[in-house]
Design a protein around this ligand. Structure first.
Ligand SMILES: [Fe+2]
Ligand SMILES: [Fe+2]
Length: 216
């Protein structure tokens, strides 16, 4: 089978229309486009990696909810975390770009409880930094967020091309190809943050170390 990179529509994402409509109401149009594109990409990766129907549904639900709190300002993020009993750490506050993954997981757990479980919420919470011991659902969300076809940055396009080339090389195990991509994304993120002289969340570095040890 030849795995192609073309875009797919959002009409066959296996999650309920009610969930899709609820997310649509909470985000702006460009962000909704990104979210549905991540869900389509995540669906495609789930199929390539032969996930079960239940796990494919989990992947798509996590994708639909992963950025649900992304546009909230920092104070709203902090109070949202507090409302659900989570105190953000000093490292979280130094890296505000990652906080929406933590608050997104809380919204998924408490406000979309009918659609989610622990596996889905964990994948949402680690979509920006990963986590040591990521499972395949975590890795698919993490990767789909970075390579969805709406991403215009050259490094995202290249990462996508490399992953599909690897899928089409039959000698490489598909899960290994995904692991290599997760590693590449983490390295790109660390290099980007260093270049911008921005702090790097320790979880990002722990995830990278964990993935590199596994890939040895
Ligand atoms: Fe995000
Ligand atoms: Fe995203």
């Amino acid at each position: 089978m030849n795995y192609r990179e073309e875009k797919t529509g959002s009409n066959r994402i296996p999650v309920s229309e009610t969930l899709i409509e609820a997310v649509k109401k909470r985000v702006d149009a460009p962000l909704f486009r990104h979210i549905t594109s991540v869900a389509s990409e995540a669906l495609k990766l789930s199929e390539i990696l032969s996930l079960s129907d239940d796990d494919t549904k989990r992947v798509c639900t996590a994708a639909m909810l992963h950025d649900v709190s992304k546009r909230l300002d920092i104070n709203s993020q902090i109070s949202l975390a507090g409302k659900y009993g989570v105190e953000l750490t000093e490292n979280d506050l130094l890296c505000p770009a990652v906080i929406h993954s933590l608050t997104g997981a809380l919204i998924a757990r408490y406000e979309f409880a009918d659609y989610t479980d622990e596996i889905i919420c964990t994948a949402i919470s680690c979509h920006t930094m990963g986590r040591p011991g990521m499972n395949v659902i975590d890795k698919i969300i993490f990767t789909a967020d970075y390579i969805e076809p709406g991403r215009a940055h050259e490094i995202c396009i290249k990462t996508r091309e490399n992953l599909y080339k690897a899928f089409n090389r039959n000698e490489t195990d598909k899960l290994d190809s995904l692991d290599n991509t997760v590693c590449d994304i983490l390295k790109n993120t660390v290099a980007y943050l260093k270049g911008q002289k921005k702090p790097i969340h320790p979880t990002t570095l722990l995830t990278l170390r964990d993935m590199e040890e596994k890939n040895l």
